[in-house]
Design a protein. Structure first.
Length: 557
């Protein structure tokens, strides 16, 4: 988008007074205007068609001579926490400045609310050492008549005040602490790879949340304390030395009674793919970046996935090396989810028996003798081989059967939210391992695009896709626990739209990395221009997760 006319604040004031009382469409006069504030330049990258439409967007660029943030914070390793920190301040400032006036969205000022995860968001971005603020605004009107004086207040006082106060508020010590919190977690993540661990949970971590709808830590929760057999010590870049539970790569079983914290620990390990802000309780819960929770998903779509290692030939001659379904069962959907995750580059698989197809996890000796014709080879038969052949880790929650304990490298017992290493005693009580099978990694697939995809709307965490044939398809991204902000759902929608007609077919694992490389090179603009304020970064792994379940996605082996 090109902008041809540069105006000062006085020129803009005259324009707004001139269009005061005119029909709302007169705001279009601001479409190609660059506004010179005393601290930088601004432009309206989207102008709403009427006061009831989604708000307009103003983009403000602030050069280093105005923001005066030390250059060290713009280094690649510090940039994400810097922008995250400013986005949090801008959000709080926007709450104080927005004021309802007139009709519809008039007077609205919106900066999306950040979650406790430290990630890149489009509301506060950068280009070199320039800071870029993107803000939703509701251009004021009463009915469909422009309120010029209110627009003047919005554009010439409130938006500048939001930017100035955001940049003047940071304490350098507070910013430094926020950045160091992030760098410490990144260091722990690197330590995991160097030492062949898959997750670390620091002593004192608070893992339970207030409720399933809250991201706040539970008050009076039991703090994490590592068992002696899994205890590790790490010296952090900030100078602190921490201790906690280090989970090695291998086949790990978490067990325990109901309500003792098995699933809470598994959820914390999944959350560990993100770095967290101070006070969240999970600042020292860190996992490998490509940790994926797989589960049964009755009724999901499957496109040409090799599930043959888990499911042999089906009755009636159905082949499973190249399996597709428009209404998958629990077992076939789980087999597909495991194969898809490994194909896309997952490093750790998380499995909870509560959300799994149990016949994909284990089968006891009696049922093995009764059922002679069984195409399913459960995880207890080939989990060890999967770890060895694919170089991944598997962490499984099991409380109803000992079959997985027989093949476990480590067994962690959760009692009253505290872990115990019971590997030796659990093995002594477990039955002999089942007949072990060799795991065969899935065949690679090629992605060709999404046939007939016209557009995608986002409603919360749900993608609503429309197609050229008039069809409509809904995909709930909340089924993927790696997707934690609505802004990520919107980002996935934009990425998918950019990929619906790729120039060339691409292997699935290369597709995931292509998404990540494009974001590293060009940021949000790699997938959408102009960039709206309500996007957040996602891993290519999660884009592939969505494509694997989206109607008309085109794959072949």
């Amino acid at each position: 988008m090109s902008f041809s006319k540069v105006v000062g604040e006085e020129d803009l004031r005259k324009t707004l007074r001139k269009i005061d009382g005119r029909r709302y469409g007169a705001y279009k006069k601001l479409k190609r205007v660059v506004l010179n504030y005393d601290f930088g330049e601004a432009m309206l990258t989207r102008i709403q068609g009427d006061p009831y439409a989604p708000p307009s967007v103003i983009e403000v660029t602030v050069p280093p001579t105005s923001h005066r943030i030390p250059s060290r914070f713009f280094d690649e390793k510090c940039l994400t926490p810097l922008l995250d920190y400013l986005a949090r301040i801008a959000y709080r400032r926007s709450l104080r400045l927005k004021e309802k006036c007139g009709t519809g969205n008039s007077g609205y000022i919106g900066v999306p609310r950040p979650s406790p995860r430290i990630i890149r968001r489009s509301s506060v971005d950068s280009s070199g050492r320039n800071l870029i603020f993107r803000i939703f605004i509701g251009l004021p009107a009463r009915g469909r008549r422009i309120l010029g004086m209110k627009a003047e207040e919005l554009l010439l006082w409130k938006i500048p005040e939001l930017i100035r106060s955001t940049l003047s508020q940071p304490s350098l010590d507070d910013l430094e602490a926020h950045v160091n919190t992030y760098l410490d977690q990144e260091y722990v993540r690197g330590w995991l790879y160097e030492n062949d661990y898959v997750a670390f949970i620091g002593d004192g971590s608070i893992l339970p949340r207030e409720s399933s709808y809250s991201v706040k830590p539970l008050k009076n929760a039991v703090p994490m304390k590592a068992p002696s057999g899994l205890r590790a010590r790490i010296r952090l870049p900030s100078g602190r030395t921490i201790e906690g539970m280090a989970i090695p790569r291998g086949f790990i079983v978490i067990t325990g009674g109901g309500y003792h914290g098995k699933t809470t620990l598994l959820e914390a390990i999944q959350e560990g793919v993100y770095d967290h802000v101070r006070g969240d309780g999970r600042e020292l819960a860190v996992s490998r970046s490509k940790t994926v929770h797989v589960k049964a998903e009755d009724g999901r779509l499957i496109f040409h996935v090799d599930v043959s290692s888990f499911i042999g030939d089906l009755p009636g001659g159905g082949r499973t090396e190249d399996f597709s379904s428009y209404d998958a069962s629990g077992s076939t959907s789980m087999a597909a989810s495991i194969s898809e995750a490994i194909e896309a580059g997952a490093e750790v698989l998380l499995i909870d028996e509560d959300t799994s197809a149990t016949n994909m996890l284990y089968k006891d000796d009696v049922m093995t003798r009764i059922i002679r014709r069984e195409p399913i080879k459960p995880l207890c038969m080939q989990g060890k081989s999967m770890v060895e052949r694919c170089g991944i880790g598997v962490i499984a929650v099991a409380g109803a059967s000992s079959s997985l304990i027989s093949i476990a490298d480590r067994v962690i017992l959760m009692e009253s939210y505290l872990p115990k290493d019971v590997t030796t005693s659990a093995r002594s009580m477990a039955p002999p391992p089942p007949k072990l099978e060799e795991y065969e990694p899935p065949k690679r697939r090629v992605f060709y695009g999404v046939k007939g995809l016209r557009k995608i709307k986002v409603m919360g965490f749900k993608l609503v896709a429309s197609y050229d044939d008039g069809g409509r398809f809904e995909l709930d991204l909340s089924d993927n626990p790696r997707i934690v902000e609505k802004a990520q759902a919107k980002m996935i929608a934009h990425v998918i739209m950019s990929l619906r007609k790729p120039a060339d077919p691409i292997f699935v694992d290369e597709l995931a990395e292509h998404v990540n490389e494009s974001f590293r090179d060009k940021g949000f603009e790699a997938f959408v221009k102009p960039v709206p304020p309500d996007l957040a970064s996602v891993d290519g792994l999660d884009v592939v997760w969505a494509l694997n379940r989206l109607r008309n996605s085109s794959f072949s082996q």
